[in-house]
Ligand binder design. Structure first.
Ligand SMILES: NC(=O)C1=CN([C@@H]2O[C@H](COP(=O)(O)OP(=O)(O)OC[C@H]3O[C@@H](n4cnc5c(N)ncnc54)[C@H](O)[C@@H]3O)[C@@H](O)[C@H]2O)C=CC1
Ligand SMILES: O=C(O)[C@@H]1CCC=N1
Length: 266
């Protein structure tokens, strides 16, 4: 299977490394398309596959073309790829907000898969939601799912709107976790811990809490009840969170991310 990755940034490089590491493709069958001669040279140094700066050189011949550039760069990319994509090729886009209809029209091709991964894909702990057009065959869908699965878990969704929602939850989600961790590290240093101690206390608490949750059948509410003693410290924190509308703030933040994903698609 010949794979072309367009855009060798955070996500493009993550895929290249992951596919090679999982032996799902060889370096000989992997190509990367970069925008400038400097990026071509920088990407070539990773020795993950053949790097090119010319779409005409690397788009034909690919079985799967992965689009991993910023949504704002997509119009220029579509222009550069105009007329090069053939109907038998599968296009997999991970660009936030960019709609399947836009991809189909701009690239004039029917086989389109839209996916939303997240950054823990870098360590095989990613979460990817994906959907596809009817023209993608079952065998092609399985091939792509196998590729995505090298970076973590995957879920197929029927409705394209679920991709914008997944963008707001799991795509941007790691940033929300880091935001909460950072706030607690600030609290810890304000209470007298060194930054290194604060980092240890907070990161191990997040790791332990998530692992405990994952290994149980209990809900978050159940676990909060197990941590919180009546009239104790956790309850005091929960009251302060309530007064500060922390929960509502997080829900509103996710909604803003979903709205922005929809807006990017317009
Ligand atoms: N970073 C994240 O956590 C996630 C990002 N995404 C999506 O993945 C896409 C890529 O994001 P990142 O990797 O973080 O961005 P990035 O900025 O790290 O990488 C994008 C790369 O694309 C290259 N590029 C731009 N135009 C190009 C062109 N015409 N031809 C070839 N290369 C071109 C840029 O030079 C850059 O190296 C975005 O559309 C984003 O919405 C999706 C899920 C998570
Ligand atoms: O912030 C963004 O737009 C991208 C999509 C999900 C994570 N990063």
């Amino acid at each position: 299977m010949k794979i072309l990755i367009v855009g060798g940034g955070n996500m493009g490089l993550t895929y290249a490394r992951s596919f090679v590491r999982a032996h799902i493709t060889s370096r000989l069958d992997l190509r990367l398309l970069a925008r400038s001669p400097q990026r071509v040279a920088a990407l070539a140094a990773h020795e993950l596959g053949t790097v090119s700066g010319d779409p005409a050189q690397c788009v034909p011949g690919a079985d799967i073309i992965i689009l991993a550039v910023k949504p704002q760069d997509s119009p220029a990319l579509f222009e550069a790829m105009r007329g090069l994509v053939q109907p038998h090729q599968v296009v997999l886009s991970i660009m936030a907000g960019v709609r399947i209809a836009t991809l189909r029209d701009a690239l004039r091709t029917p086989k389109v898969i839209r996916a939303m991964p997240n950054l823990p894909a870098q360590i095989g702990m990613g979460m990817t939601a994906f959907t596809s057009t009817d023209e993608v065959t079952r065998a092609e869908l399985v091939q792509v799912q196998n590729l995505l699965s090298t970076t973590g878990k995957t879920v197929y969704v029927e409705e394209e709107s679920a991709i914008d929602a997944a963008t707001a939850i799991s795509g941007s989600g790691p940033a929300y976790v880091y935001y909460c961790m950072d706030a607690l590290m600030t609290a810890a240093t304000q209470m007298g811990f060194t930054p290194a101690e604060a980092e240890l206390l907070v990161s191990q608490t997040f790791r332990g809490a998530v692992e405990l949750y994952s290994q149980s059948g209990l809900s978050c509410t159940d676990w909060i009840a197990k941590v919180a003693s009546k009239g104790g410290t956790t309850e005091a924190a929960m009251h302060a969170f309530g007064a500060g509308q922390v929960r509502e703030g997080l829900v509103a933040g996710a909604a803003a991310a979903r709205d922005r994903a929809e807006e990017l698609g317009k």
